[in-house]
Design a protein around this ligand. Structure first.
Ligand SMILES: Nc1ncnc2c1ncn2[C@@H]1O[C@H](COP(=O)(O)OP(=O)(O)O)[C@@H](O)[C@H]1O
Ligand SMILES: [Mg+2]
Length: 395
C-alpha cells in the first residue's frame, strides 16, 4: 500500500484555498491581477496622496474632506504635484451637490438614463469617502428584505438559536455599524416593501433586530447612495415617503459631441491598458464617428441639424460607445494590424444599434443610406457596415 501526500484527484490541496476577505473588511492589495479592481484598489495611490495633503475638515468617519472627494472625482493637481485623474467628466456643481448631500442626513439618489455613469460615480464616491465601495445591494425584482436588513445562517440558527453570530448582516447593516456608505443599485427595480425597509433606516438611522430584541444604530458617517434609471419609471415607483429621504441628482447625457468624445477616449485608453491590448490608441476621428452616429440616432437629427433620422429601440449610451470602440480595438489587436479600422468598428456598431430585430434593421439601413453614405470621408465605414449587412442576410 502506498501512502501519498497528494490529495485525491478533483480535491484541491488545502493550500490553494483562497482565504476569504473577512466580510466588511476593506479590500486588500493593489489589485494588479484582478480582472476588475474596485475603485479604492485601482486608485489607491491617488487616494493616499489626497489624504496626505488634505487639511480641510472631514465629516465624521470620512477618509477625505468633501473638497478632496470632489477633486478625486473630477481630477486635478495637488500641491505636491500629484496628478489626480478625472473619473467623472461633467459639471463640478453637480458633483459638489452629490458630495455635500452625503455629509447631511439625507441620502443621495443618482438618477439618469442608462450609461450616464450612475454606478460609476457611486462606486468612486464610496471609495473616496469610505475607502470601501463594496457594500452594495443590487436591486432587482427578486431582491428580498434580507438584502437590505439581515438574514440568518440557518445551520447556526437551528443549532444555537438566534444569536449575533448566527445573523448575516446586509451591506446596509454593515455600513451602519461601520459609519460608511452603502450603495443601492437600481433602487426602483426592488419591490415596494423592500424599498420601504430603507425608510426606517434613513429616518430613524437604526435597524431593529426583533429576534434579538436589539438594534443596530448607525454610526456617524453612514449614508446611502442609490442609483435609478429614469427609463424605469413605472416599474416600481418610489414611494413619496422614501423619495423625501433622498436628495436627487440627475446625471445628464454628455452635453456636446466634444465632451462625449473625451469621455469615450479616456475610458477606452484606461480599458485598453487594463486589458493589456497591444493595439494603438484609436485615432480621435474614429471615436468621433462612433459618437456622432450614437448622438444622431439618439436625438433623431443629424449633427448639422438638417436631416431628421428615425431613432432605434436601443439606448445607445456613452457606455455602449465605449464598448464598441474597445471591442473594435480588441479585434484590431488580435486579428488586424493593431490599428482600429472601419471593419473593426462596424461589427460592434451594428450590434449596439440593432437590438430589436423587427424594427431596428430598417432604421439602421435608412440611416446608412441617408446619412453615412454621402458623408465626406465615411465611405469605408459605409462599405464595412453594408458588407456586414449583406453577410448577415446570407447574400
Ligand atoms: N460623464 C462621464 N464621465 C466619465 N465616464 C462616463 C461618463 N458617462 C459615462 N461614462 C462611462 O460609461 C460607463 C457608465 O456606466 P455605468 O456607470 O454602469 O452607467 P449607469 O449606471 O448610469 O447605467 C462607465 O464606464 C463610465 O466610465
Ligand atoms: Mg448602473
Amino acid at each position: 500500500m502506498t501512502t501519498s501526500t497528494q490529495p485525491p484527484a478533483g480535491i484541491a490541496p488545502e493550500t490553494t484555498a483562497v482565504p476569504a476577505r473577512p466580510v466588511g473588511a476593506a479590500p486588500q492589495g493593489s489589485g494588479d491581477q484582478l480582472l476588475r479592481p474596485h475603485a479604492e484598489q485601482a486608485f489607491a495611490a491617488e487616494l493616499a496622496a489626497l489624504a496626505a495633503t488634505d487639511r480641510r475638515r472631514r465629516p465624521p468617519s470620512w477618509r477625505l474632506s468633501p473638497w478632496a472627494v470632489v477633486t478625486y472625482v473630477l481630477g486635478g493637481t495637488l500641491e505636491d504635484d500629484t496628478v489626480i485623474t478625472p473619473k467623472y467628466i461633467g459639471s463640478r456643481r453637480l458633483v459638489e451637490v452629490a458630495v455635500a448631500t452625503l455629509a447631511t442626513d439625507r441620502a443621495l439618489l443618482l438618477l439618469g438614463s442608462p450609461g450616464t455613469a450612475k454606478s460609476w460615480l457611486s462606486e468612486h464616491l464610496a471609495a473616496a469617502i469610505s475607502g470601501d465601495s463594496t457594500l452594495v445591494v443590487q436591486g432587482t425584482a427578486g431582491t428580498s428584505e434580507d438584502a437590505v436588513r439581515y438574514g440568518w445562517n440557518y445551520a447556526r440558527l437551528i443549532a444555537e438559536g438566534p444569536s449575533k453570530d448566527a445573523m448575516v448582516p446586509s451591506p446596509v447593516m454593515r455600513a451602519m455599524a461601520g459609519g460608511s456608505l452603502a450603495r443601492v443599485e437600481e433602487l426602483t427595480r426592488m419591490g415596494a416593501e423592500v424599498q420601504d425597509a430603507l425608510i426606517t433606516v434613513l429616518s430613524e438611522k437604526t435597524l431593529p433586530v426583533a429576534e434579538l430584541a436589539s438594534e443596530v444604530q448607525a454610526v456617524a458617517g453612514f449614508n446611502i447612495i442609490a442609483t435609478a434609471n429614469d427609463r424605469d419609471r413605472g416599474v416600481n415607483e418610489m414611494s413619496s415617503a422614501l423619495r423625501r429621504r433622498f436628495n436627487t441628482v440627475v446625471l445628464p447625457l454628455p452635453a456636446t459631441e466634444d465632451v462625449e468624445v473625451e469621455i469615450v477616449s479616456r475610458r477606452v485608453a484606461q480599458l485598453g491598458r487594463a486589458l493589456d491590448l497591444p493595439a494603438e490608441p484609436p485615432a480621435g476621428a474614429e471615436v468621433r464617428r462612433v459618437v456622432r452616429i450614437f448622438r444622431e440616432l439618439r436625438s433623431g437629427v443629424t449633427s448639422d441639424g438638417r436631416t431628421t433620422v428615425r431613432t432605434p429601440s436601443s439606448t445607445l449610451s456613452t457606455a455602449e460607445a465605449i464598448g464598441v470602440i474597445t471591442g473594435g480595438l480588441t479585434l484590431a489587436a488580435h486579428f488586424g494590424d493593431g490599428r482600429l479600422s472601419a471593419e473593426d468598428v462596424a461589427a460592434g456598431l451594428v450590434g449596439a444599434v440593432v437590438k430589436d430585430p423587427s424594427t431596428d434593421p430598417v432604421v439602421w439601413r435608412e440611416y446608412l443610406e441617408g446619412v453615412v453614405r454621402d458623408r465626406d470621408g465615411w465611405k469605408d465605414l459605409y462599405q464595412a457596415c453594408w458588407d456586414l449587412d449583406t453577410e448577415a442576410r446570407g447574400r
